[in-house]
Design a protein around this ligand. Structure first.
Ligand code: HEM
Length: 394
């Protein structure tokens, strides 16, 4: 996790798009000597990699990665099996059933902001919402939510510099968190085996494919992935959308007047301010990619946030077009690892954003606030989003 030099300053991290554009035009497939990996910036090259998991494996050789061994790092044929079985528990229908609860949770969070003229959106709304939803989906008690949040933060963290001391501290923290998570979920899984409930962990305990069931370790691993893959990403989708509303105030009234636009607008936020900037793959053999020779074992970084701005693929690629359709963005990935939680993330955003616009009118960034990027190479968002507003209809 050596930082990308081109994104080393806060300004560049908040606005990586000029760098992406330059790279798409000048060095769309380039090798970074410093990080010892390939960087891919164009839509078509990235799609070719994501479509070919045989040659571009997700199994990361990195030591100490918390998600080692999870579905995210699996290759076929093991991946197919795992994906089929967890899909049985994590169905679009079971997600759709969550809509009334998501509305209620969002209303409660917004209610807490009542009477205030400004809040930090990240702290008050976009962080708690996905954490509470996942906790409820998994069936863990509300009093453990704080633990969940802390754990998800550590999992999502990357090193801020590559000094030995920083990396050592980082590894220790991750190791500790992993142990705590293992212990926690081991206990919950054991409880659900004894006493089934109507929750995702019970569904995972019971899910079966060709007579095969998941082992305790596999269930634990999957729960941890949900925390890691589902929380911060959804937080950033909601935060990035509201940041965009403050940058383009005309959108606020437009979306209030034309609520049917919200669905395409959410997709456009995913494209325009993609919560995940990039994903890793590893070459399993020597391979030619658009004239470049990638060697077996080399790491390939697919900058999906750059693919999403590729002018070869999207007209007016650098413009936010609320009703863009079609919108084949890669924000949820592509192919066999396509985000399993996409229906949930979309549902949460499509419920939360209209409610935010309903309760908060004339949304603006608090003057003088200095937006700080999340210090991770792979995640795109801000640490806090101080907003001020006039009360709307409640
Ligand atoms: C996979 C993005 C929300 C669960 C992925 C991948 C991306 C992604 C890009 C592919 C990773 C790869 O190919 O290496 C996002 C974004 C989200 C979001 C942008 C929010 C806006 C969620 C949520 C959940 C979730 C809410 C679950 C609660 C997963 C899982 C995978 C995955 C389990 C692995 C699928 C597999 O390997 O087969 N996500 N995600 N994600 N996501 Fe999401």
């Amino acid at each position: 996790a050596i930082p990308v030099k081109a994104l080393a300053t806060a300004d560049k991290k908040l606005n990586p798009f000029p760098w992406f554009k330059e790279m798409r035009q000048t060095q769309p497939i380039s090798f970074d000597q410093h990080r010892q990996c390939w960087d891919l910036f164009r839509y078509d090259d990235i799609l070719a990699v994501l479509k070919n998991p045989q040659t571009f494996s997700s199994a990361r050789p990195a030591v100490g990665a918390v998600l080692l061994g999870s579905i995210l790092s699996m290759d076929p044929p093991k991946h197919n099996q795992m994906r089929a079985i967890v899909s049985k528990a994590f169905t679009p229908r079971s997600i759709a059933e969550l809509a009334p609860r998501i509305t209620q949770i969002t209303e409660e969070l917004l209610h807490q902001a009542k009477g205030k003229q400004q809040i930090d959106l990240v702290k008050e709304i976009s962080t708690p919402l996905p954490v509470i939803v996942i906790a409820e989906l998994l069936g863990v008690p509300p009093e453990d939510r704080k633990l969940f949040k802390d754990w998800s933060d550590v999992i999502a963290e990357t090193v801020e510099d590559d000094s030995e001391a920083t990396i050592k501290r980082f590894m220790e923290r991750r190791g500790r968190t992993r142990q705590e998570l293992d212990q926690y979920f081991m206990q919950v899984v054991a409880e659900r085996r004894k006493q089934p409930r109507n929750d995702l962990i019970t569904k995972l305990v019971e899910a079966e494919l060709d007579g095969q069931k998941l082992q305790d370790e596999e269930i634990m691993e999957f729960c941890i992935v949900l925390l890691a893959a589902g929380n911060e990403t959804t937080t950033n989708l909601i935060t990035n959308a509201v940041r965009l509303f403050t940058e383009r105030p005309e959108l606020q009234e437009k979306l209030r007047q034309e609520p049917q636009l919200m669905e395409t607008a959410v997709e456009e936020v995913l494209r325009f301010y993609s919560p995940i900037l990039a994903m890793n793959r590893y070459a399993t053999e020597d391979v030619q990619l658009n004239g470049q020779q990638i060697k077996k074992g080399q790491q390939v970084v697919t900058w999906i946030a750059s693919a999403n701005r590729d002018e070869q693929k999207f007209s007016d690629a650098e413009q936010f077009v609320a009703d863009r359709s079609p919108n084949h963005h890669l924000a949820f990935g592509h192919g066999i690892h396509f985000c399993l939680g996409a229906p949930l993330a979309r549902l949460e955003a499509n419920i939360a954003l209209p409610l935010i616009l309903k309760h908060f009118h004339q949304l603006e960034l608090v003057p003088g606030s200095d937006l700080k990027p999340i210090p991770s190479t792979f995640v795109y968002g801000v640490k806090s989003l101080p907003i001020q507003f006039k009360p709307g209809t409640t």
